[in-house]
Ligand binder design. Structure first.
Ligand code: C5P
Ligand code: C5P
Ligand code: C5P
Ligand code: ZN
Length: 481
């Protein structure tokens, strides 16, 4: 039995179909979850002796699917996308262009839009080789990522010997922000357990700040954005003064030490001082609680590197694939070090700069308001592949309320715009489903979209923003009514 029993039957069917193939085209998405999905599936196919090629797509649309059909592969494995495009894929399958196997966690296309023979599961399009948590009542935004679905498939393909791939599945889930409440839950948790048993994952309670492995302490504190620490966050001098006031020797050979360089006792002292600062400056208790969270690390990776920590690893991967260097990220996932890792680190510098400039720009310009949503139009200022990350990170900053979803536009090409939408768990609890919003509103202006309830995206024709926003505002209003 696999790590997610509800998916056993589907996983076995998908694995058997793949094992029948002579060779496989593996197509995946260009983000941390898509890269880890591809790495997991590729390793599992290799171990099963299946010849395959890997390709990455920014967005799987009708044109890209047609290009995939044109490659002449008889079997195509889609990971971290495919479900949302089952309408298009099903028509290719019906036409005999290729056989599809899908391991995904996005909301599937409507059954009504799929080719005949693709049955309905709860209204979703479905077929025999479709591995998706949403089809068995598991949440695809918080309980299983694309990499998790790929891992379930890998276990069906190769059994226990593929348990080492659980580490990559943890990176994918964390990269898709599935651990935002602090820890991985549901099916993700079962994968963590597999990883721990296989000796490739460690789970600890630790400071939640991003950069414990690689950032010098002042940077670790200064850039802490999730919990705003008055006089420390976004304040270099403040962060340094805070550290210097502690009765600790936090420099070694004149250089600031990192969190992982500290002893347990030193960490305790520093963490207590942070909590103390937050309390005296009136940070709400529930935010202070978020300063300590579950941390996932990989004991087989070198300490002090991005590869050791799930959150830093996932950011490193986003820095490659979202800048047209998925090959670099895939190599790193597959264990190559040396040049690919150096390359990924250079890309990471660039990614960080872009995120920080993007967030600064949004904060400076501010967002515009509709009744039920807020939005900004970045034009060419923010790369379309990261505008969603920027929107998500801006949510909760000065002037960007968490009580409304945020919609962001960026230029995709001469005649199309990329749209990214982000919400919060609380809004989803009140009925928000951004996947449905993006799909319906984009179709109203001849575009297309989809995703998850809490985070979704779309492509629309340039110039149709107003009509699109009208539809978005109306649908969100209906959902939250
Ligand atoms: O395409 P994919 O599923 O991999 O992307 C998921 C996106 O949703 C990520 O960019 C992630 O940051 C975002 N997300 C979010 N908040 C959540 C869950 C996911 O912003 N709670
Ligand atoms: O939002 P948070 O403070 O947790 O982000 C920590 C870091 O993770 C950011 O500095 C950014 O580089 C990275 N990040 C990312 N992709 C996301 C969310 C955050 O690369 N979807
Ligand atoms: O691109 P962005 O990070 O905003 O995407 C958020 C979520 O919406 C991702 O899971 C992505 O795969 C999905 N999406 C989609 N269709 C689109 C654009 C994004 O399913 N056209
Ligand atoms: Zn994903």
């Amino acid at each position: 039995m696999g790590p997610v029993p509800e998916l056993d039957e589907r996983a076995t069917a998908c694995a058997d179909r793949l094992l029948d193939a002579e060779r496989v085209l593996l197509a995946s998405h260009i983000d941390a979850d898509g890269l880890t999905s591809a790495a997991i599936a590729s390793r599992a196919l290799d171990r099963a002796g299946l010849d395959h090629e890997v390709v990455f797509e920014k967005q799987l649309d009708a044109e890209r699917i047609a290009a995939i059909a044109a490659t002449g592969y008889e079997t195509v494995l889609f990971t971290d996308f495919g479900s949302g495009q089952l309408d298009v894929i099903s028509r290719h399958v019906a036409d005999g262009d290729f056989e599809a196997v899908i391991a995904d966690h996005h909301q599937p296309a409507d059954a009504d839009d799929c080719a005949p023979g693709f049955e309905a599961t709860d209204g979703y399009g479905d077929f025999a080789w479709h591995l998706n948590p949403l089809l068995v009542g598991i949440d695809g935004a918080s309980e299983l990522s694309g990499a998790g679905a790929s891992y379930v498939l890998a276990r069906a393909l190769g059994g226990d010997r593929n348990r080492d791939l659980a580490a990559l599945a943890v990176v994918g889930a964390v990269g898709d922000m599935q651990a935002t409440g602090g820890e991985l839950v549901g099916a993700n948790e079962a994968i963590v357990t597999d990883g721990i048993e296989a000796g490739v994952v460690t789970e600890t309670r630790d400071l939640s700040l991003y950069g414990k492995q690689t950032r010098p302490l002042p940077k670790l504190l200064e850039y802490a954005s999730d919990v705003h620490l008055p006089g420390i966050s976004n304040d270099e001098a403040g962060a340094i003064a805070f550290l210097e006031d502690l009765d600790l020797d936090l420099r070694a050979d004149g250089e600031w030490r990192r969190w992982i360089d500290l002893t347990d006792e030193e960490r305790q002292t520093l963490a207590s001082a942070l909590v103390q600062r937050a309390v005296t400056r009136g940070v709400p208790a529930e935010k202070i609680d978020r300063l300590v969270a579950t941390t996932y690390t990989f004991p087989n990776e070198p300490e002090g590197t991005e590869l050791r920590d799930a959150s830093e690893f996932s950011t490193l991967l986003n820095a490659t694939a979202r800048y047209e260097r998925a090959d670099v990220g895939l190599a790193v996932c597959l264990g190559e070090r040396g040049e690919p890792l150096e390359r990924a680190r250079r890309l990471l510098e660039n990614h960080r700069r872009n995120l920080s400039e993007g967030i600064d720009w949004v904060t400076r310009e501010g967002v515009k308001q509709r009744e039920h949503v807020q939005y900004f139009h970045a034009g060419d200022r923010i790369r379309e592949t990261i505008v969603g990350i920027v929107a998500g990170m801006a949510l909760g900053n000065d002037g960007v309320s968490r009580s409304k979803p945020i919609v962001a536009f960026a230029r995709k090409n001469d005649d199309e715009l990329k749209v990214s939408a982000r919400g919060t768990g609380v809004l989803v609890g009140h009925g928000l489903d951004l996947s449905a919003v993006m799909r319906e509103a984009s179709r109203a202006v001849d575009g297309d979209g989809g995703g998850h309830d809490v985070a979704a995206g779309a492509t629309i024709p340039d110039g149709r923003e107003d009509a699109f926003l009208d539809a978005v505002d109306r649908i969100v209003g209906e959902q939250l009514a």
